[in-house]
Design a protein around this ligand. Structure first.
Ligand code: NCD
Ligand code: ZN
Length: 346
């Protein structure tokens, strides 16, 4: 008998959709499996004010395939000039679900991010008052700090002081990559959650660097050594409500990845829902897959889990190596293992 697994429809709590032609090319790959996604605001220029998020939301809705019921959950990009009233109004109208903190210079299109945390303290206090979560890219940008240590140092230098200063603020540590972050989240109160990407459950830094450089495995935060990957696997597959899926699917054209200074990002939207059951099955934890993909995220954000479902069938799944976009091909993340779970909508 064919083995099947029915899950509440999943959500993606960290997604890059881009804009224009790229948006139209990548959005269907998310909308076909996921009901909702937290949409990253790192466009050029970034989505800073409520009006920017409203306009971006309209462009996303216009790019959806006919009949799609996908809901984009919008975010604002926190800058040192962010206006707390504008943020509160965007939240009150239901337009935004979170605010995103990028340390200035930490990653793709983060030049307008935060350097001086005193300047954003009034906005963060207001967010704590109104229950609006802060999503964080948790890496320091100090050039003296080794890139593999930037997440752990961020916890000490930025995250811990921030949580003490804004005790009531709900914070998501996004795309965590270290055992340090897993341990930190486990010992924190219920105001702290963390997303984990698909690719960080699969690759370690050897996959990027050993036997030739593999730009398609380069993303930020960069994958760490194997012990960290195993800590992420243990956290994701544990069922612990503080950990949930944020794919960080981040499409870049091959032309932009395969450069002397290539872009960071793995494009995992198409095949995430076949990769994750493989990962959970390998770890004997299929019974916790739904918590990770469909229950823990909504619970953290104070939203209902989706009513509709997604069915996974134990039958080989095939995905293209790349998708074509008007801007050029975008390589789909290669998990380097056969995918034995196929996805269908009910
Ligand atoms: C993201 C992108 O391309 O926008 N890249 C990545 O490697 N994850 C930016 C980010 O989320 O850091
Ligand atoms: Zn991201």
């Amino acid at each position: 008998m064919t083995q099947t697994l029915t899950l509440r429809r999943p959500d993606d709590w960290h997604l890059h959709l881009r804009d224009g032609d790229m948006l139209r090319a990548v959005l269907p790959h998310t909308a076909t499996h996921f009901a909702r996604a937290i949409i990253m605001p790192n466009l050029v220029p970034p989505v800073v004010r409520g009006a920017d998020a409203a306009a971006y939301r309209e462009r996303i809705l216009a790019a959806l395939p006919e009949g799609s019921d996908f809901t984009p959950l919008m975010t604002l990009y926190l800058t040192e000039d962010t206006d707390a009233d504008d943020v509160a109004a965007a939240h009150a109208s239901g337009l935004i679900t979170a605010v995103k903190l990028y340390p200035a210079g930490a990653t793709t299109n983060s030049a307008s991010g935060v350097s001086n945390f005193d300047k954003v303290a009034p906005v963060l206090d207001r967010m704590a008052d109104i229950g609006l979560p802060l999503c964080t890219h948790g890496e320091v940008t100090d050039p003296a700090v080794d890139i593999f240590d930037r997440e752990a140092v961020f916890i000490d230098r930025v995250m811990d002081p921030l949580r003490k200063r804004h005790a009531g603020l709900k914070i998501v540590m996004e795309h965590i990559t270290t055992a340090d972050a897993v341990d930190y989240v486990r010992t924190a109160d219920a105001n702290l959650g963390a997303t984990i990407t698909t690719h960080h459950l699969v690759i370690n830094r050897n996959h990027i660097l050993a036997g030739g450089i593999k730009p398609h495995y380069y993303c930020l935060p960069v994958a760490k050594r194997e012990t960290h990957r195993l800590a992420l696997r243990a956290a994701a597959t544990s069922g612990d409500a503080r950990f949930f899926l944020g794919t960080d699917s981040a499409p870049h054209t091959d032309a932009n990845k395969l450069l002397p200074c290539g872009c960071a990002g793995c494009f995992t939207a198409p095949n995430t829902m076949s990769i994750l059951p493989e990962v959970f099955e390998q770890d004997g934890a299929l019974q916790h897959l739904e918590a990770f993909t469909s229950l823990n995220g909504p619970a953290f954000y104070g939203l209902h889990a989706n009513e509709d479902t997604l069915t996974l069938t134990k039958t080989p799944a095939a995905y293209p190596g790349h998708i074509d976009t008007p801007e050029g091909p975008v390589t789909v993340f290669d998990p380097m293992m056969p995918l034995n779970w196929s996805v269908s909508r009910d």
